[in-house]
Ligand binder design. Structure first.
Ligand code: NAP
Length: 284
C-alpha cells in the first residue's frame, strides 16, 4: 500500500509544489490547512492549526511521513515543537523538515535561531528525519516586481554580499524525493542554487530576461526591513529582514553546495532559469 504523507503549510510557496509533486507520483496526500476551501486539489483536507494540538494529531493519524513546513514568524519554534510532539503521539515514522540556511541556536536572525532549536528537537525526537535547509529563495524577488516594472530598479539591503539563492521549485522537488525514499534519512542538506552571486548580477539577470535595463539600488538593511512595513509586515518580520540583510551583506549567504543535485539527481535552477520561467511571465 502507498504510504500516506501529510504536508503542512500546504497552501504556501514550497508546500503547494510539494503537494503537486507527491500527487504526480500517485501518493495520497493529506493537506493541513486552516481553511478547507484553500486545500490543494487532489488532497484530503485536514483542517487545523499549529496552535491546536488535537487538530495536528487528527491530521497526522495514519500518516507515515509529515513534510513539516511552518511560516516564518515569531512563534515558529513553538509551532514546530507542537507538530513534532503531535507526530510522535500519532505514530508518524518520519518528518521531512523545511528549515533554513545555516540554522543554529546562535545564528544571526531569529529565524536562524528558531530553526536551530527545532532542528535539535527533531534530531532528539527519535523520529526518522531529513532536514532541508534552503538558501534565500529566488522567489523572494517576486516582491520587487512593482519597482522592476515601474522604474527598472531592484532595491534591496544586502550591499554587495554574494548569495547562493535557490529556486523554491528545487526545494520542493528535493522535499518530494526526501519524503519518498530512505536514502537521505538522518541527513541535513543545505539547498542552494548553482552560483553565489551579488545583487548586481541578479539585476543583470532580471534585465537580460526582461530585455530591458534593470539596476540594483542598495539600501541600508534597516530601510529594507522598514519598506516591508508598508506591505503589512509586523515588527518581528521588519527586524528579521534587517538582520538577514545585515548578515548577507557580511557574506553569510556566500556559499553553494551540491545538495540539490545530490537529492534530485539534476542541477539546481539558475537565476536565469528563474527569471525566464517565473519572474518574466509574472511581470508581463
Ligand atoms: N523566504 C526565504 O527566503 C526562506 C529561505 C529559507 C528558508 N525559509 C523557510 O521556509 C519556510 C516558509 O516556507 P514557505 O515560504 O513555503 O511558506 P509560506 O509561503 O509563507 O506559507 C506558509 C504556510 O503556513 C501556513 N500557516 C501559517 N500559519 C499557520 C498556522 N498557525 N497553522 C497552520 N498553518 C499555518 C499557511 O497557511 P494559510 O494559507 O492558511 O496562510 C501557509 O500554507 C519558513 O520556515 C522559512 O524559515 C524561507
Amino acid at each position: 500500500m502507498t504510504k500516506q504523507i501529510v504536508v503542512t503549510g500546504a497552501t504556501g510557496t514550497i508546500g503547494r509544489r510539494v503537494v503537486e509533486g507527491l500527487l504526480a507520483k500517485q501518493v495520497p496526500v493529506v493537506a493541513l490547512v486552516r481553511d478547507a476551501a484553500k486545500a490543494p486539489q487532489g488532497t484530503r483536507a485536514a483542517v487545523g492549526t499549529f496552535e491546536d494540538r488535537g487538530s495536528l494529531e487528527r491530521a497526522f493519524a495514519g500518516a507515515d511521513t509529515v513534510v513539516l513546513i511552518t511560516a516564518a514568524n515569531a512563534n515558529a519554534a513553538e509551532q514546530t515543537l507542537a507538530a513534532i510532539d503531535a507526530a510522535k503521539a500519532a505514530n508518524v515514522r518520519k518528518i521531512v523538515r523545511i528549515s533554513a540556511l545555516k540554522a543554529a541556536p546562535d545564528g544571526p536572525t531569529d529565524n536562524t535561531r528558531q530553526h536551530g532549536r527545532t532542528e535539535a528537537a527533531l534530531k532528539a525526537s527519535g523520529l526518522t528525519y531529513v532536514i532541508l535547509r534552503p538558501h534565500y529563495f529566488l522567489q523572494n524577488l517576486l516582491g520587487s516586481i512593482p519597482t522592476i516594472k515601474g522604474e527598472g530598479k531592484l532595491y534591496w539591503g544586502v550591499g554587495d554580499g554574494k548569495m547562493g539563492m535557490v529556486d523554491t521549485r528545487d526545494v520542493a522537488d528535493a522535499a518530494v524525493v526526501a519524503a519518498l525514499t530512505d536514502k537521505f534519512d538522518g541527513g541535513t542538506y543545505e539547498l542552494t542554487g548553482p552560483a553565489s552571486i551579488d545583487y548586481n548580477a541578479v539585476a543583470a539577470a532580471v534585465g537580460r530576461g526582461l530585455g530591458r535595463d534593470v539596476t540594483y539600488v542598495p539600501v541600508p538593511p534597516e530601510a529594507a526591513g522598514e519598506a516591508l512595513r508598508g506591505y503589512g509586515a509586523d515588527d518581528w518580520t521588519v527586524r528579521l529582514i534587517r538582520d538577514y540583510c545585515t548578515a548577507y551583506s557580511k557574506g553569510f549567504g556566500d556559499f553553494t553546495t551540491g545538495d540539490v543535485e545530490r537529492i534530485t539527481g539534476r542541477a539546481p535552477r539558475s537565476v536565469d532559469d528563474f527569471v525566464r520561467e517565473v519572474l518574466a511571465p509574472a511581470v508581463r
